[in-house]
Design a protein around this ligand. Structure first.
Ligand code: 6R9
Length: 654
């Protein structure tokens, strides 16, 4: 790792924006000066580009850290800001969503049409008894109704919890229970990799026999018909979207809610087995999502076609599919399927067809395209692209250069954007019209954002050194807590640098000689697979939940395409081995994890071993297992209880 970092830090290529790009860019160098002069006034100005039913008089209340309140006496309606106000400004005919299904079906939805649909859906939800502060789970494919559902929930002051459609019935159930959702909005299924991926059956399973589990909170399930697959039906509980929504009234007044009204909960992996429900509120979140989308993605709503490839099940889909672009009145592409179905040039075909000008995607996707070769994108006309973005994990300089040359025609600036579910919006990134970009570095904090790199005691490391990334001042779209667990919120993010009052992000970082930030990956037991956060503990608990497994250890091993891959080491129960043939067990355990958590968590490798390396206090030394998984010489084993264990494991793995 360290030689790799040294290699990265000798990177000296620089790419300035073209004079033409710089001249037309929305984000200018003055923004930094304005924010430096008065940070709160700067954010107040950004907030004022939204519509406030009641203007705020106070910008930030930080009297009870780490519980921040932004624009606290102001009132707004998030959905009104994303919809009605554009229609009222005369832009109702502008296309909001250029949607394409995986099989190739298309829908173009204007701001007027989307507003109408959201108003009807809001009436339906209210008719089902959903009100201010109630939770609604959304488990949907990437179809326009998914965006409409989020906005309908926001419109009535309720709280959505979007659960990625790739998650299993079990994951869905634990999230529904944690939030106490009253309604679930889903679809019969979605198209993925040329097949129907059923969703309603997973909802039925999650809401099915609950045994000794907590009492059911879900009263209704609202179902969009997308794939036409057979679904079972509970007449008292289930409602078809196409029966209820078109029949509902299209009159719905967007009532104002306080700026700190909760907007959504989004679950993300932490260092323990239990996912954290990250809580975001309204005014500050929308301010920063809209501002960053404007200045980092340089959105000109009249002329750009934006495409963020993230699923709405992740924070990137919340901030840069639903809230940022719609608050800015932009036109965007929404695509249901996978990048390689029905052919490996699918994305580039969409860029050509819709004349996409700004593409925002993840390094893992770029690396998999790189592997397939330049001939595929070269078959398409990508000349509309003028700006490229990256998010989710560090982008290695080779992938960055390929992205620039092959996709960006050697001219489009690349913005590498660092942020988290917890930060709500982009925090560290170049401004495309201002910054000279550097392949591999996320570079600088945005105007109004204060970060640093510190050692374990919270001291600044200074340029040329590595340490931990911290955020030193509150920011508008910061998480307001973990749903139902204020202690865990304080413990996870604020205790480590309590003295300084810094937010601990969990990422290692280095400052180069110019003071630019290089992200080095997580410093905790969180893995990053294809830009998705997975917890080692969560997968270990799934494995030991299988009848065959006695013990399990999971590590994230570096992988050429996915960044990190899940590699697991398991000890099988003697009793199981006595009665079963172990042949095929590794494959069974892979799919077991897929069923328990979801396909993204499925281990790349399952190694069946006789023992695990443990310290004398019984802690599994994952560092040593990572060495094995990455095919390296095994590191220092002197603190192991039994130093012979590693050579046995290495032999078993080979
Ligand atoms: C937006 C998102 C957050 C974690 C974060 C970090 C990693 C995200 C990155 C990056 C290096 C970037 N990460 N963007 N690392 N460079 N540009 O991905 O949120 O799913 O919560 O993941 O992802 O490790 O801590 P989330």
């Amino acid at each position: 790792m360290s030689s790799q970092i040294d290699h990265l830090l000798t990177e000296n290529r620089r790419f300035a924006p073209s004079p033409e790009f710089a001249a037309n860019a929305i984000g200018t160098a003055e923004l930094y000066a304005q924010a430096d002069a008065d940070r709160e006034a700067f954010w107040a100005e950004q907030a004022r580009s939204l519509h406030w039913h009641t203007p705020f008089t106070e910008v930030l209340d930080w009297s009870n850290p780490p519980f921040a309140q932004w624009f606290t006496d102001g009132e707004l309606n998030v959905a009104y800001n994303c919809l009605d106000r554009h229609v009222e400004a005369g832009n109702g005919d502008r296309v909001a969503l250029l949607w394409e299904g995986e099989p190739g079906d298309e829908r173009r939805i204007t701001y007027a049409e989307l507003t109408d649909e959201v108003k009807r859906a809001a009436n339906v939800l209210e008719g089902l008894g959903v009100g201010h502060g109630d939770r609604v789970a959304i488990y949907m494919p990437m179809i326009p109704e998914a965006v409409a559902a989020m906005l309908a929930v926001a419109r009535i002051g309720a709280i959505h919890s979007v659960i990625f459609g790739g998650f299993s019935a079990d994951s869905l159930r634990s999230r529904i229970d944690d939030a106490g959702a009253k309604v679930v909005i889903t679809a019969d299924g979605g198209y993925r990799k040329g097949r129907v991926s059923p969703l309603k059956p997973a909802v039925d399973q999650a809401l099915g026999d609950r045994g000794a589990g907590p009492q059911e909170t879900v009263e209704h399930v609202l179902v969009v018909k997308r794939t036409g697959n057979e679904v079972s039906w509970d007449d008292d509980r289930d409602i078809w979207w196409h029966d209820a929504v078109p029949a509902a009234s299209a009159d719905h007044e967007a009532r104002p809610f306080p700026a700190e009204n909760p907007l959504f909960i989004l679950y993300t992996s932490g260092t323990t087995g239990k996912p954290k429900g990250i809580l975001h509120t309204s005014g500050g979140y929308l301010t920063q999502a809209a501002f960053t989308n404007k200045v980092v993605h340089d959105i000109h709503p009249e002329s750009d076609v934006f495409w963020c490839t993230a699923d709405i099940g992740w924070i990137t889909g919340h901030s840069y599919v639903t809230y940022g672009p719609l608050a800015n009145g932009a036109t965007q592409v929404l695509y249901e399927g996978t990048p390689d179905t029905p052919h490996p040039g699918r994305w580039w075909e969409l860029v050509e067809k819709y004349r996409v000008t700004i593409l925002y995607t993840a390094p893992t996707a770029i690396r998999s395209f790189m592997k397939l070769g330049r001939a595929i994108p070269k078959k398409f006309d990508l000349s509309s692209l003028r700006l490229l973005g990256s998010v989710g994990e560090p982008i290695n300089p080779e992938a960055w250069m390929w992205y620039r040359k092959i996709i960006g025609n050697k001219t489009a600036p690349i913005v590498d954007t660092w942020w988290q579910t917890e930060t709500g919006a982009i925090m560290v990134s170049a401004l495309p019209g201002v910054t000279e970009t550097k392949p591999g570095s996320a570079q600088v904090p945005l105007p109004g954002i204060a970060i640093d790199v510190v050692d374990d005691d919270g001291n600044r490391v200074g340029n040329g050194n590595g340490g931990l990334l911290v955020i030193t001042k509150p920011w508008p779209s910061m998480l307001r807590g973990i749903w139902g667990d204020p202690e865990r919120f304080v413990e996870t993010y604020w205790e480590k640098f309590q003295k300084q009052g810094y937010y601990f992000a969990g990422d290692g970082a280095r400052l180069d000689e110019d003071g630019d930030v290089w992200f080095l990956g997580r410093v905790d037991d969180v893995m990053n697979v294809s830009g998705h956060r997975l917890s080692t503990t969560e997968i270990e608990s799934a494995l030991v939940g299988n009848e065959a497994v006695a013990e399990a250890a999971v590590v994230g091993a570096s992988d050429e395409t996915t960044g990190q891959a899940v590699v697991s080491f398991v000890i099988i129960k003697e009793s199981y081995l006595a009665a079963h043939d172990p042949e095929g067990l590794a494959a069974q355990l892979r799919s077991w994890v897929g069923e328990q958590i979801g396909a993204i968590a499925r281990p790349r490798d399952v190694y069946i071993v006789g023992e695990l390396p443990k310290t004398r206090s019984g802690k599994i030394m994952r560092r040593l297992l990572r060495d094995v998984a990455e095919g390296r010489e095994v590191g220092d084993t002197t603190t192991l209880a039994d130093t012979a264990v590693m050579s046995i494991i290495s032999a078993q793995v080979k």
